[in-house]
Design a protein around this ligand. Structure first.
Ligand code: NAP
Length: 254
């Protein structure tokens, strides 16, 4: 799908991969709404790219609805949803202080999985009422962000891996269901990308993670994520699939 003059919503757009994707979408001529829990960061990115910003908690029904309605009012209903918002807390199932905090497990699932689904369902409902953009009946694209931890989560990642595994799991059924509206659903599962989420980890943790990457032996860059996202939007045959973007990293147990 051509992104020129198309409205797009990017969650987690105030930082990291979401921010870079928002920049690349705007560069390609899309009208971008930047949504983030951190409203100041969303504002800063929107200002930089000539888009609009909304403070939004993707896991909250009212907050998500209000932000999407505001974005649609400002720029038209989005044909592109980039679900990049996420959190990555670490905790052992049984740690030094006892069992995993259940509230932390719930929060991780709530933001990463339920938040992704919340945005997907609301965006798809709005998109389905739009006219197709071409004679194949294409109306829009939804791209989710999982993680390689969906497949080989490390010790301390039970909650994060479960949340991202859920995102991988819903990709095909959502694509199957939304095909009748001409809406594709694709998930990207990044490996280790140099964003605040990873760069805030201790250097020795980063080094040990990079050591398990096959090639290239470095962190991925946010622009490598955004260039894949833009290709997925452009290439209508990519659908119902989770694509690893990881330099063939296979995470070790710890
Ligand atoms: P990031 O720089 O931390 O960006 C994530 C953004 O999401 C932050 O601005 C964060 O705001 C926002 N956010 C958190 N909870 C939210 C909520 N409830 N509603 C709306 N926004 C929320 O991290 P990133 O690396 O770009 O991560 C993007 C996605 O990639 C995430 O889903 C992450 O799990 C996934 N991922 C990252 C890596 C990696 O190596 N970096 C690898 C695999 C997958 P706050 O700063 O206020 O929390």
């Amino acid at each position: 799908m051509d992104i020129k003059d198309v409205a797009a919503v990017v969650t987690g757009g105030g930082s990291g991969m979401g921010a870079e994707t928002a920049r690349q979408l705007a560069k390609g001529g899309a009208r971008v709404a930047v949504l983030d829990l951190n409203g100041d960061n969303a504002e800063a990115v929107a200002k930089e790219i000539g888009g609009v910003a909304f403070q939004c908690d993707v896991s909250n029904e009212d907050s998500a609805r209000t932000a999407l309605e505001g974005a649609a009012k400002a720029q038209g209903i989005a044909r592109i949803l980039m679900n990049c918002a996420g959190i990555a807390p670490g905790a052992r199932v049984v740690g030094k202080d006892g069992p995993h905090d259940l509230a932390l497990f719930t929060k991780t699932i709530t933001v990463n999985l339920i938040g992704t689904f919340n945005m997907l369902r609301l965006s798809a409902a709005a998109m389905s009422a739009l006219e197709p953009v071409n004679d194949t009946g294409e109306r829009g694209v939804i791209i989710n962000t999982a993680s390689v931890a969906a497949y080989e989560g490390q010790i301390g990642q039970a909650a994060y891996s479960a949340s991202k595994g859920g995102v991988v799991g819903m990709t095909l059924p959502a694509a199957r269901e939304l095909a009748r509206f001409g809406i594709r659903v694709v998930t990207i599962a990044p490996g280790l990308i140099g964003t605040p989420m990873l760069l805030n980890m201790p250097q020795e943790v980063q080094d040990s993670l990079i050591a398990t990457t096959l090639f290239p032996k470095r962190l991925g860059r946010p622009d490598e994520f955004s260039s894949l996202a833009l290709h997925v939007i452009d290439n209508a045959m990519i659908n119902g699939e989770t694509i690893r973007l990881d330099g063939a990293v296979r995470l070790a147990p710890k």
